[in-house]
Write a protein that binds this ligand. Structure first.
Ligand code: MF3
Ligand code: CO
Ligand code: CO
Length: 270
């Protein structure tokens, strides 16, 4: 069998002890197009939330917007029924790091920061993204946290050019620390596209030149969770989902789905 250039590259790094992607992790052009189309619906959902979000709104109302828009555009919200998760998106306010469950009692207040995380399935293809929203005017420290978390995502995206998953985490951790913030270690980004969570795990901390080799065609998320205080978190015992900072200081997160190309990462969710 003739080896392609890509096969040779993978073998080269594998021989040198690196973790390398299996065949299924390298998407075909057709699969990438499918994920891209799913990403367009996903972006539409988050744009709608961005237009509608306001003080006095419940997180359940956000969930309804996500559900209706996704259905109206031929998609399915991936979180609905996923491992028993009951809603169409995650809504994580202030000290909630991620996986907050939308409900009628959580009412947005002036000064809150909130992450809305939506994963869309369209024709079987998954696209996963989240954004932060600031309700009215917030404190300078929370504003900075939201900004630095976004920069961490952008810096992680650039660092992927250096070829390894660990390069992404290293760059993110460095930027967070430089700004006096910490990086959550218990949750990570992930391969995505044909399933919700695929290999590899994309940690938001780590060492340069470690972790899986990145090759064109791989599709994955980067989704740094950046904390104002300690990186440590716990899971709410009552609902079994909501992840909260140990010190109850605020946390911020941004997420995109990317495809690796010959020139670095391309965003599939904007
Ligand atoms: N969308 C989240 C992620 O970025 C996963 C949410 S799973 C849920 O991977 F069950 F909590 F909704
Ligand atoms: Co994700
Ligand atoms: Co997500």
């Amino acid at each position: 069998m003739e080896l392609t250039e890509l096969d040779k590259k993978v073998l080269y790094y594998q021989d040198r002890g690196h973790l390398v992607p299996s065949r299924e992790l390298i998407k075909t052009p057709e699969q990438i197009e499918g994920i891209r189309r799913s990403g367009i619906v996903n972006t539409g959902v988050l744009d709608l939330v961005e237009r509608e979000i306001h003080a006095g709104m419940s997180t359940l109302e956000i969930d309804k917007l996500v559900y209706e828009y996704t259905k109206d555009h031929g998609g399915i919200p991936a979180t609905l029924g996923y491992d028993g998760f009951p809603k169409s998106c995650c809504t994580s306010i202030n000290e909630v790091v991620c996986h907050g469950i939308p409900n009628e009692f959580d009412i947005l207040e002036e000064g809150d920061i909130i992450n809305v995380d939506c994963t869309t399935i369209l024709d079987g293809y998954y696209a996963d993204a989240s954004r932060m929203f600031t309700i009215g005017k917030t404190t300078p420290q929370k504003e900075k946290l939201v900004r630095v978390a976004k920069e961490c995502l952008e810096i992680g995206m650039e660092a992927a050019k250096h070829l390894f998953v660990g390069d992404i985490g290293h760059a993110i951790e460095k930027h967070a620390k430089k700004n006096g913030f910490s990086v959550v270690r218990d949750l990570c980004g992930h391969g995505v596209g044909i399933e919700f969570h695929e290999e590899p795990d994309v940690e938001h901390f780590g060492k340069k030149g470690t972790g899986m080799l990145l090759v064109p065609g791989m599709v994955f998320t980067i989704e740094p969770m950046i904390n104002m205080g300690t990186w440590e978190v716990f899971i709410d015992e009552e609902d079994g989902w909501t992840v909260v900072t140990e010190d109850e200081q605020p946390s911020a997160q941004w997420e995109h789905t990317f495809v690796m190309t010959d020139n670095g990462l391309e965003i599939l969710t904007h």
